[in-house]
Every structure is written in structure tokens, then in C-alpha cells.
Design a protein around this ligand. Structure first.
Ligand code: ADP
Ligand code: ZN
Length: 238
């Protein structure tokens, strides 16, 4: 390696590999219903980073009835992954916005090997790389119970739980007054299929990130009140 290469690579490479203080380019990975979305929101506030949630972006497209939404809807209701090229182009678009320059939390992407490869390419082009993959673990029974008792607000995306997190007025969103619904894919039969899809298509990408030492693990089953402290413990102070 010549002198110029050293000057160019040193300030970037060791930093993203060894920074223990705080991370700014974060992926949240884990099975459906492990609590990725809840953690992503908390982390976004804690670290002041934009949260990019492919599930929400796709649901928005479906409810707006866009071309993209029409393409995605069937896959989503069946509990299958939306086609890679569709999701990749959404993420590519989003990652070209100026607010993600300081960092981002990716919730729900990548979800397949092809998406993980695409993300590498996108970040490469932007001259940056991932800092950390936060892997959320949860038992299957927890997931099934959680998802089948989950209710969500189609207007603002807020999430409730019929046992642990009830809205103040039954069936009504605290945030915006919307009428809560059960997502089509939160019905029992579809939940099982989503778990299979996760095992087959998403779980294998974990290995890829483990190989480069980027994975930090966090339980998806701790009390919601303890999440901020647990995040600080696993990822370092904001
Ligand atoms: P969960 O993580 O609880 O399954 P999400 O809201 O993240 O819920 O995803 C809901 C659905 O949206 C998925 O089942 C899938 O159909 C679609 N989806 C979200 N992200 C992706 C992605 N990265 N690739 C393909 N499909 C996706
Ligand atoms: Zn709402």
C-alpha cells in the first residue's frame, strides 16, 4: 500500500470497525414481531437519527394506491417478501436524501441476500459503510402471541397490543384518533408463513454480517421501559 492509499483509507476504515462510543449507520434485524419497530423508534430519538422502515413505506404506498402499492399489496397480505427489485429501488431512493448523510436506522431492510448485496452497493456508492447490525431475538411463542394481539393504526402507523399496550379508548388510536385494525398479515395463518419466510430468506444474511464482526445481539423480550437503557448498554451512549 502506498502513502496515498494509507491517507485515504485510514480515517474511514478503522473508525467504522472499532468505534465503541456511538454508531450512526445501523440495521435492525430480527424475526417479525421481535420488536424491531419499537426499538427503531426509540433509537431514532435517542441517537437523533432518521428511521427508514420499509414495511411502513410499503404500507403507505398500498394505502395511497400507487403503482408500487398495487405491486406490493399481494405479497404483503400473503406474508411473503415483496420483490427484491421493488424494495431495493425504494431504499435506493430514500438513501439518496440528504437527511441520511449523518446516519440512519434501517428497520426491515435488508431481508434477503440480494437486498444485503444491494445495500452494500448503495453504501459503497455513497462512500460509506454500515457500523452495526442489531439483531433482536425472540421465542416463537412470544412472536405469535404478540402479532396476533397487535393492533395498528392505518392512519399514522402507531402500534398497540391488546394485553400490554392498550389505547386509552378501545379501538381508537391515542396519537391521531384513527380506528385501529388488525393487519391482514397479523392473522394466525399468515404469521406462521412470515416466520418461515424469515428463517429461509432473512436469517441467512445474519451470517454475512457476523463474519465481519458487525452483529450485536439484544433480547426482544425485555420490558419496554428497559429498552432505552438496554440500547445504551449494547450500542454505547448517544
Ligand atoms: P414484520 O417485520 O413484523 O414482518 P414489516 O412491517 O417489517 O413487519 O413488514 C411487513 C411486510 O412488508 C413483509 O411481510 C413484506 O411483505 C413487506 N416487506 C417489508 N420490508 C421488506 C423487504 N425489505 N423486502 C421485502 N418485503 C418487505
Ligand atoms: Zn394513529
Amino acid at each position: 500500500m502506498n502513502a496515498i492509499e494509507i491517507v485515504i483509507t485510514l480515517p474511514f476504515f478503522p473508525q467504522s470497525e472499532t468505534r465503541g462510543d456511538s454508531w450512526t449507520r445501523i440495521i435492525i434485524l430480527g424475526p417479525p414481531g421481535s420488536g424491531k419497530g419499537t426499538r427503531a423508534k426509540i433509537m431514532g430519538k435517542l441517537y437523533d437519527l432518521p428511521v427508514v422502515t420499509t414495511g411502513d413505506m410499503l404500507r403507505e404506498a398500498v394505502s395511497e394506491g400507487t403503482e408500487l402499492g398495487k405491486l406490493a399489496e399481494g405479497y404483503m397480505n400473503r406474508g411473503e417478501l415483496v420483490r427484491d427489485d421493488i424494495v431495493i429501488s425504494i431504499v435506493e431512493d430514500r438513501m439518496s436524501k440528504p437527511d441520511v448523510v449523518k446516519g440512519f436506522i434501517l428497520d426491515g431492510f435488508p431481508r434477503s441476500v440480494e437486498q444485503a448485496e444491494a445495500l452494500d452497493r448503495i453504501l459503497n456508492r455513497l462512500g460509506t459503510a454500515l457500523d452495526v447490525v442489531l439483531y433482536i431475538t425472540a421465542e416463537q411463542e412470544t412472536i405469535i402471541e404478540r402479532l396476533s394481539l397487535r393492533r395498528s393504526c392505518p392512519k399514522c402507523g402507531a402500534i398497540y397490543h391488546l394485553k400490554d399496550m392498550l389505547p386509552e379508548r378501545e379501538g381508537i388510536c391515542d396519537e391521531c384518533g384513527g380506528v385501529l385494525v388488525q393487519r391482514e398479515d397479523d392473522k394466525a395463518k399468515i404469521i406462521r408463513h412470515r416466520l418461515e419466510v424469515y428463517e429461509k430468506q432473512t436469517f441467512p444474511i445474519l451470517e454475512r454480517y457476523e463474519r465481519v464482526g458487525k452483529v450485536r445481539q439484544m433480547s426482544g423480550e425485555i420490558d419496554i421501559k428497559e429498552i432505552p437503557d438496554e440500547i445504551r448498554r449494547v450500542l454505547g451512549p448517544p
